[in-house]
Design a protein around this ligand. Structure first.
Ligand SMILES: Cc1cc2nc3c(=O)[nH]c(=O)nc-3n(C[C@H](O)[C@H](O)[C@H](O)COP(=O)(O)O)c2cc1C
Length: 313
């Protein structure tokens, strides 16, 4: 049988498999991170961390149904020191992406400076797109001048490979503007997309919303957001410098979904809602399904079809 090579590079970072977890899902505690390190994932992404531990928003703050999930977690995490200490103790060959989500520009500088001293961290994923913070006035990633200023400062001192976790954009012009900014900096990758902000799910039996924080409004993930993820990946693939890799995230639950993300231009993919539903066994299943799909299509590597989406014909 033809050997399928699922290994990829995100800029200079080598992954034995292109499939990894999305930040925030089963990657917050010692146990969850250990399970991920032992799983079939090609890399491990940690829960977005802040300077101090956070309890996050009131529960219930996560709900899932057959087409997706809604959450308003509010960044519950054990604080950067926990993640750095945990990683220092672990021996692993997997690349480790430390996700950082400071509540202010200064906090992000602090977190990045601190993480820069730790050799076990392969790269930083700077989350500029958390839609569920009670204390945030506006999403920084929808504010182009704030992003530009933040990145200018970060690249004065940062030495680690760094990527940005982006929210979904809904207009071509927004993606063009964002790409123009990102292209000016030595960014290694972008992750498209975070949860779709401001969604709502209604339970008709109780005639109420299904999560408590923010009167039921929350970020949407899962199959229902896949078309938005694909569109954002495709547009960023068109507008970004070719040495900025794209990690696709949003709505992946099958091997075929992974193929679609990579065909649009992603170099690797992250799994959020489906990981929550299925646990870490999802990686082995997806690897099998994806390999099977590629074999049927007669592709033996990711590079042989990455970004090759055709126009309608
Ligand atoms: C429970 C939960 C917690 C999340 N926490 C984070 C987080 O801390 N940092 C982050 O960048 N994204 C976070 N996300 C967003 C996911 O990483 C991902 O971008 C989103 O769910 C879309 O992927 P999916 O369709 O596979 O779920 C979270 C998502 C969920 C469902």
């Amino acid at each position: 049988m033809k050997q399928i090579d699922l290994s990829v590079s995100i800029n200079k970072i080598k992954l034995s498999s292109c499939i990894m977890n999305a930040s925030g899902v089963l990657c917050s505690t010692d146990k969850e991170l250990s399970n991920l390190l032992d799983s079939f994932s090609g890399a491990v992404v940690t829960k977005s961390c802040t300077r101090k531990p956070r309890k996050g928003n009131f529960e219930p703050r996560y709900f899932e149904w057959n087409m997706g999930s809604i959450n308003s977690m509010g960044l519950p995490n054990l604080g950067i020191d926990f993640y750095l200490n945990f990683l220092e103790k672990k021996e692993t060959k997997k690349p480790i992406f430390l996700s950082i989500s400071g509540l202010s520009a200064e906090e992000n500088y602090f977190l990045i400076k601190k993480a820069n001293h730790y050799s076990k961290i392969t790269a930083l994923e700077l989350n500029l797109s958390c839609p569920n913070l009670i204390e945030e006035e506006d999403l920084i990633s929808y504010n182009f001048s704030r992003i530009s200023y933040l990145l200018e400062n970060i690249f004065k001192f940062n030495k680690k490979p760094l990527g940005i976790k982006l929210p979904p954009y809904f207009e071509d012009l927004s993606i063009q503007k964002m790409a123009l900014i990102l292209n000016q900096f030595p960014i290694d990758f972008v992750t498209c997309i975070n949860s779709l902000p401001n969604g709502m799910v209604v339970d008709t039996k109780t005639e109420s919303v299904v999560i408590q924080p923010k009167k039921g409004f929350g970020g949407i993930g899962g199959s229902i957001i896949k078309p938005f993820a694909l569109a954002n990946i495709r547009k960023f693939y068109t507008y970004l410098r070719k040495d900025i890799s794209i990690i696709g995230c949003g709505g992946i639950s099958t091997g075929k979904d992974i193929f679609e993300h990579i065909l649009c231009g992603a170099s690797a993919v992250q799994i959020g809602t489906q990981l929550m539903k299925e646990g870490v066994f999802v990686f082995e299943r997806l690897e099998k399904e994806f390999s099977f799909f590629l074999r049927k299509k007669n592709y033996s590597s990711i590079d042989s079809f990455k970004g090759n989406l055709k126009n309608f014909q």
